[in-house]
Design a protein around this ligand. Structure first.
Ligand code: GLU
Length: 303
């Protein structure tokens, strides 16, 4: 395994110094390793692979020709995909997963172009080739697999509920009857409420941060989506917000890819499988502080 240029990931807060390597010398998804560092808190480091070739991947060919990687993300979900409006730093578990993949393909931070794409527009952005891959709380579903492919899963969570800290009449989806619940257009979350809890009134926006604003302004009674997302919002404002009840779905997060790019799909799956401690380091840094729990799932080769 060859080590090469070292770059620093951005916006790192809580982790001990980690040397994260994502190497690839000829074999797609060569195995990354973690070396422990001095304990100083100055960042996550991905070693950028050199000499990568992914023969038969149209996406990789397009990236090579362009010289930059176009990545779709969320930017209003703290801990997962977040753009700090003041510093311009992008942080979060999903964003670091996206960086890890890019490093394994041979691209460093200044060769990455991030675009925020809301839930409802993800498939189309991938189909259009606007993004090379998408990493943003994107559940693997059969419907979506008709239009795109997924690598992963790289994380599993479930749908939950966020309410005002002083609310004590909502503890699960059955309590939503006659209440106003907010979620995002095009998400599995809003669809499940409409299909399975039709007595709830729904309000929809493009992003979850808009729903959280509505909740704080008493315009809605609850926000519903994946618990990992809700915990991130609650951690930012624990005096006013709380996550309640048990999860009521299973959401398996995948990396969205152009349909049929099995070479890139297998490359990313191998990266996840052979990634050593990298997954855990990225998880601990981004989701651990807010109290999200979870283990790395096995990849599903037929995603
Ligand atoms: N994971 C769910 C979905 O993919 C909800 C979160 C989101 O909208 O990104 O629909």
């Amino acid at each position: 395994m060859r080590k090469s240029r070292i770059i620093m990931g951005l916006g790192i807060a809580a982790a001990a110094l980690l040397t994260l390597t994502a190497c690839n010398s000829g074999t797609p998804g060569g195995s990354p390793t973690e070396d422990s560092g001095s304990g100083e808190d100055d960042g996550t480091w991905f070693t950028v692979a050199e000499g990568v070739s992914l023969e038969g991947s149209p996406t990789f060919d397009a990236i090579s020709e362009r010289g930059t990687v176009n990545i779709g993300v969320k930017e209003d979900q703290p801990g997962l995909g977040y753009l700090d409006p003041t510093t311009g730093d992008r942080t979060g578990f999903d964003v670091d997963v996206a960086r890890w993949i890019a490093a394994s393909l041979g691209y460093d931070e200044d060769q990455l172009s991030f675009t925020a794409i809301p839930s409802a527009n993800r498939e189309q952005a991938i189909i259009n080739g606007d993004v090379d891959y998408y990493v943003g709380t994107y559940s693997i579903t059969d419907d979506r697999k008709e239009q795109i492919s997924f690598a992963g899963p790289y994380f599993v969570t479930g749908q939950g509920l966020l309410v005002a800290a002083d609310n004590d009449d909502i503890d699960g989806p059955d309590d939503l009857a006659g209440k106003n619940v907010c979620s995002v257009t095009g998400s599995t979350s809003i669809q499940r409420i409409k299909d399975e809890y039709p007595d709830a009134d729904t309000t929809e926006f493009d992003g979850y941060s808009q729903c959280v604003e509505q909740l704080k302004n008493d315009q809605v009674d609850a926000v519903t989506t994946d618990e990992a997302i809700l915990i991130g919002f609650a951690a930012q404002d624990p005096d006013n917000l709380k996550v309640v009840g048990d999860v009521f779905s299973e959401e398996r997060y995948g990396v969205g890819l152009a349909k049929g790019d099995t070479v890139l799909q297998e490359h990313i799956n191998t990266l996840f499988t052979d990634g050593g401690d990298i997954w855990q380091a990225i998880f601990d840094k981004n989701l651990g502080p807010a109290g999200v729990e979870g283990d790395q799932p096995d990849v599903d080769p037929v995603s």
